[in-house]
Design a protein around this ligand. Structure first.
Ligand code: MG
Length: 189
């Protein structure tokens, strides 16, 4: 069984974690009250200047990449899948944006959280292009899940987030936890 798994908001709480830091930065450092856009890969305010965003990325985003909390039991169930013979690939578009160093730091993040894997693909947008011989694709992105459902033979599983809560597509299975994912994958084995 070959499984391709996204990282941000699929195995870790990226938007929730950085959203809180973006609010803190906006209120306490910039002394503003801007609206934060949680749909961006790195939560931010559209009202921040280029320099303000740059400051946020180097001093908040890049410095906290190892501190993003994992989603409950994700490491445990990924280890269980591995024990049951699954081949695990992490596939992320980290490293693509602005000055982020997330792609480079991901192996260390996976190691300290005791998450095993066989392969790591970074800077991947349009992930479906990598999924030719995979059985499962797990992601939270509406765009990536829809493209994978249309263009691959993968069973597509979408991790619920506040950003995709209204989305539904009968080709895509929505789940709320890693326990659910584990039960589905083991049941279909
Ligand atoms: Mg994601």
């Amino acid at each position: 069984m070959k499984i391709a798994i996204d990282i941000d908001n699929t195995i870790c709480k990226t938007t929730e974690f950085y959203g809180e830091l973006a609010v803190l930065y906006d209120r306490e450092i910039l002394r503003k009250n801007n609206k934060i856009d949680y749909t961006k890969g790195i939560p931010r305010s559209d009202s921040w200047s280029k320099e303000e965003l740059k400051y946020f990325i180097s001093n908040y985003y890049n410095k906290n990449l190892l501190n993003i909390p994992v989603i409950e039991k994700a490491p445990y169930y990924i280890r269980m899948l591995k024990k049951n013979g699954a081949q695990i690939t992490f596939i992320t578009n980290r490293g693509n944006k602005e000055d982020d160093i997330a792609g480079e730091i991901t192996p260390e993040y996976l190691a300290i959280n005791n998450i095993p894997y066989d392969e790591l693909i970074t800077k991947a947008n349009e992930k479906y292009k990598y999924l030719e011989d995979y059985d499962y694709f797990i992601d939270d992105s509406i765009k990536e899940c829809t493209l994978a459902a249309s263009n691959t033979k993968c069973r597509v599983i979408m991790m619920n987030t506040p950003q995709n809560s209204d989305f539904s597509d009968n080709r895509i299975l929505k789940v709320g936890s890693w326990e659910e994912i584990y039960i589905i994958l083991m049941g279909e084995k």
